[in-house]
Design a protein around this ligand. Structure first.
Ligand code: HEC
Length: 130
């Protein structure tokens, strides 16, 4: 009986330690995300691109982190280097539409979006790179 009690209390101690560690990890992760989000929300490229994307129809097909009809913006950001050339190329795809890079589903053309606005949208997307 005594033995049983001892091992039981040891289990309790183990469980307590484990629990603490987990808590620490989650709170660390939470602080990192908030810090990154704070940096981004003060970045003018981020604010402008997000606003333009919010006004257009992009979000019916794209989400930041999950695939919807199109790839998530994070995946797009991971795929391309943030160079002037890629920003121009992707802005062109937004205006003229695209197909075949991520799958057979096409992205509709957006002929009413100016090149400057399309570039601003791409700059926002590029900032979502990890
Ligand atoms: C009708 C659904 C739809 C809408 C609306 C849409 N997209 Fe897309 N988008 C897609 C699909 C599907 C793809 C993948 C195309 C491919 O495989 O080449 C894509 C691809 C992209 C890419 C990556 C292109 C590449 O060649 O890698 C970017 C950047 C993008 N979209 C941005 C936007 C922005 C910004 C808007 C709003 C102006 C928008 N999309 C609106 C469906 C959509």
């Amino acid at each position: 009986m005594k033995k049983y009690l001892v091992s039981l209390s040891m289990l309790a101690i183990l469980a307590a330690c484990g629990g603490n560690e987990e808590k620490k990890e989650t709170s660390n992760a939470a602080t990192t995300t908030t810090a990154a989000a704070d940096d981004l929300s003060s970045n003018p490229d981020y604010v402008k691109g997000l606003e333009l994307i919010g006004k257009s129809d992009c979000l019916t097909c794209h989400k930041v982190s999950d695939n919807l009809i199109g790839p998530s913006y994070k995946q797009v950001a991971e795929k391309y280097e943030n160079t002037e050339e890629n920003v121009t190329m992707l802005a062109g795809k937004i205006i003229k539409g695209g197909q075949g890079v991520w799958g057979q589903v096409p992205m509709t053309a957006h002929p009413t979006i100016s090149e400057d606005d399309a570039k601003a949208m791409v700059k926002y997307i590029m900032l979502l790179k990890k």
